[in-house]
Design a protein around this ligand. Structure first.
Ligand SMILES: [Zn+2]
Length: 437
């Protein structure tokens, strides 16, 4: 079972040290699970990041990007096998309940699922499916649940919208009713977002605090909803492994912007918790930095299903069981801003490389930043000029990884192409048979 809570930054959960009580159910879950204290999303965007989870490939390799609408989606190449496909081949039934947008089937996310259905962030369809599966205890299954609940515009239902900063009386729209009163009939999601953000002035501390309080209210509402899902899981006769993750976090002007746009930790640092069916390793905390690109290999490993041919990260099982790798692999995250005309090769490309406590942020033409996350977790002080040896070492590692990724992308393109040629050859035969050629 994989639960993906979209747009959930790790440091706004109690189990990750947040001072507000945003996540009692997820905190209780964490106490029964292995919690990865430093898990990193592969990208800042929903489609790119989720596809890295589904394929164990970096975004610049699998090639799936966010688009403004699913009709513009460029689907995953047929040359790549996905997590649900592997699990289905391993004999598991596979179900996906997603909230649409950038995890729609058009991107390739539905591949390998017996059912992959848009359910608008509602948990009930997933609960109903679990209840149905409970009557067939011999069946093994994989269920993916995805919710956009904490995503902007932050309009949690009452009473979640007034849990914090209740006394605020400024222009920020703090309830669905206040929001609807300002909204013209039939306005689309982009318009709703614009209206919500037009009321928030980041220079006004009270506005900023209110926006954060509303985001936290969304998290608390999500926590209650996920709690209902966890209750159903606890009623199941099957032994169920449960992983909880997010695809990226959210910015609140820590580095001059809102939403999720940059590769600072408020965007990349996400929750990752894996609960064993027998609660072994309960309360275990893994401190080493890990990438969510390693999640699928871990789930396949723990499920006893054959792994991917060439994943870009190894299973985290040994780390979970207390083993520490001699040389932990650095973690890569990517922001692909623009593409070459082939639609696949990154042109403007920002990358972050996390190696132990150091983080290199490569911003293309704008140069490189270096942070020491242990001394400076908020990434305020750029050390690139002060610690040139570290900068050069990490930049070298990043260049090697980037070159390997370019190579992998070209290999996939070449593997994809013969498939098309075969279809073409088949079509030629059909056309010949029909007398056209
Ligand atoms: Zn997302």
């Amino acid at each position: 079972m994989l639960i993906s809570i979209d747009t959930l930054r790790a440091d706004h959960l109690g189990s990750y040290g947040y001072e507000r009580d945003t996540s009692p159910r997820l905190d209780a879950f964490a106490a029964e699970a292995t919690r990865f204290a430093r898990a990193y999303a592969a990208s800042y965007h929903t489609a790119d990041s989720h596809m890295s989870v589904f394929t164990a490939l970096h975004p610049s390799v699998h090639g799936v990007r966010n688009t403004r609408s699913a009709s513009e989606a460029r689907p995953l190449t047929a040359a790549v096998v996905t997590l649900p496909e592997r699990l289905a081949a391993g004999g598991l039934r596979t179900f996906g309940y997603h909230a649409g947008g950038n995890v729609s089937p058009a991107y390739g996310f539905g591949r390998g699922f017996e059912e992959y259905r848009g359910t608008g962030s509602e948990v009930q369809p997933a609960i109903d499916r679990l209840a149905d599966l409970a009557s067939r205890p011999a069946e093994r299954f994989f269920l993916f649940f995805h919710t956009y609940r904490p995503h902007d515009p932050y309009l949690p239902a009452a009473p979640y919208n007034e849990l914090w900063e209740k006394e605020y009386a400024g222009p920020v729209l703090g309830s669905q009713e206040a929001f609807d009163a300002q909204l013209a009939e039939g306005e689309d999601f982009a318009e709703k977002r614009r209206l919500f953000w037009s009321r928030i002035d980041p220079e006004v501390p009270a506005d900023l605090r209110k926006a954060i309080a509303l985001y936290d209210g969304e998290i608390r509402q999500t926590d209650d909803e996920i709690g209902r899902l966890l209750d159903q899981i606890d009623r199941m006769p099957q032994r169920i492994l449960v992983a909880v993750m997010s695809d990226h976090g959210e910015e609140f002007h820590e580095h001059g912007r809102f939403l999720h746009d940059q590769l600072y930790d408020e965007v990349l640092h996400v929750p990752l918790m894996i609960r064993h069916p027998d609660r072994v390793l309960a309360g275990q905390v893994v401190d080493a930095p890990v990438g969510l690109v390693a999640l699928a290999p871990t789930l396949l490993d723990l499920a006893g299903v054959q792994g991917f041919e060439a994943p870009q990260a190894a299973s985290l099982r040994a780390l979970m069981e207390g083993g520490a790798p001699a040389a932990p692999a650095p973690v890569l995250a990517e922001k692909i801003v623009t593409l070459e005309e082939d639609g696949a090769t990154p042109r403007l490309h920002h990358r972050a490389l996390i190696s132990r406590h150091l983080k290199l942020l490569s911003l293309g033409q704008r140069g490189e930043l270096l942070f020491d996350l242990e001394l400076d977790p908020r990434e305020r002080e750029d050390l690139a000029a002060i610690r040139p040896d570290d900068r050069v070492r990490l930049a070298g590692a990043l260049a090697r990884i980037a070159a390997r990724n370019d190579q992998r992308r070209l290999e996939l393109r070449d593997r994809d192409a013969p498939g098309r040629t075969e279809i073409d050859a088949e079509m030629v035969e059909q056309l010949k048979a029909l007398g056209y050629l």
